[in-house]
Design a protein around this ligand. Structure first.
Ligand code: MN
Length: 204
């Protein structure tokens, strides 16, 4: 199978107490794996697509047969989004970004506290399952957006830097209905060095 589950860049228990071990195990080994299985399965009869990167697939959904487009959107998005989510977290993360990224955040949102407030508000109030993103938009500016399901910003030409999973499977075992508590705890595991790297790749 072409698409494979990436290893977590840290142990399952590494993000405790903010994200618990069992959630990480189920989220990575079961949820993420199933998206990859379904993606591979959907592509197996399409020789031209079967070895395309998940990024290429998500950026060319329009040219895809209607028979598989939604399956690839959902499961390819599930694969891409989770891969990024694992990477932008780390044990003993948190704090604030540095360098060019903080300059861009201050320029767009005023300061880090206001950026975080807007991100939290959108994430807490988002109805249903989805993800909140910090992206670089087509004008090169930072933008916060929440997208439903596993919809991925690269499909609409945006470049993702940071993302939080708002699906209940990401927090329910520890936080149950208290999504705002999960979001607040998640800031303590953000890997800003990785987010800065994502920014330096797209900043012109
Ligand atoms: Mn998830």
């Amino acid at each position: 199978m072409f698409h494979k589950l990436p290893n977590l860049p840290y142990a399952y228990e590494a993000l405790q107490p903010h994200i618990d071990t069992l959630t990480m195990q189920i989220h990575h080994d079961k949820h993420h794996q199933v998206y990859i299985n379904k993606l591979n399965d959907a592509l197996k009869d399409y020789p031209k697509l079967v070895k395309k990167s998940v990024e290429d697939l998500l950026m060319s959904l329009d040219s895809m047969s209607e028979k598989i487009r939604l399956t690839v959107k959902n499961n390819g998005g599930g694969h891409f989004n989770h891969t990024l989510f694992w990477r932008i977290m780390k044990p003993k993360g948190g704090g604030e970004p540095k360098g060019k990224l903080v300059i861009a955040i201050n320029k767009k949102f005023g300061d880090f506290a206001r950026f975080k407030e807007e991100f939290n508000k959108l994430s807490s109030n988002f109805f249903g399952s989805g993800w909140t993103w910090l992206v670089v938009n087509k004008s090169g500016e930072l933008e916060i957006m929440a997208l439903p399901n596993h919809d991925c910003p690269i499909t609409i030409g945006l470049r993702p830097l940071l993302v939080i999973d708002l699906w209940e499977h990401a927090y329910y075992l520890k936080y149950q209905n208290r999504r705002p508590e999960y979001i607040e705890a998640w800031w303590n595991v953000v890997n800003w060095e990785e987010v800065e790297k994502n920014f330096s790749k797209v900043a012109k």
